[in-house]
Design a protein. Sequence first.
Lengths: 111, 112
Amino acid sequence: SQQGEEDPQALSIQEGENATMNCSYKTSINNLQWYRQNSGRGLVHLILIRSNEREKHSGRLRVTLDTSKKSSSLLITASRAADTASYFCATDAHTGNQFYFGTGTSLTVIP
Amino acid sequence: SQTIHQWPATLVQPVGSPLSLECTVEGTSNPNLYWYRQAAGRGLQLLFYSVGIGQISSEVPQNLSASRPQDRQFILSSKKLLLSDSGFYLCAWSWEPYNEQFFGPGTRLTVL
């Protein structure tokens, strides 16, 4: 299936450090998105990067996309305790209306 | 502004009982609608999506079904729940395919 895979599954860092999460997928995409989920809550959209883009920034977030390697990374700079959450990448199916989410990276930022 | 509602927030049901989860969107028209299931500590599994009233696409064969009786209403149903149906059910909408999805607060279903 197209479902993405995030790496690592879990990440624990100190407040102020940077956090990097990776996502790999299998087939061609139109765009790739990153979402955040606090425990027991719905997902919140963070950033969308299109297949013809290589890098995108939003505040402390930096996303890169390498379509030749079918991979993306999410960098959170100067992390805060409030960044503690699970982070998911989502890819479309290139044709169709559905999205496929990865298994997520659980980030813990220690104050 | 747009809002998405899901209810109930939590539900405990016995095996073999029926299920009906409702999702409604306010503040937009003709949204794309999605149902996902998330098992404990896992990623999201797309169950159904809909691009319009009465138009439902199923991603995973199972004992669940979905309906869209109105433009902004999406219902997830089952005639007989299985233990494996337990999970966190999320409804989402988007304006267009491939664009940002907006998620509801979710329904935590426990089948005993």
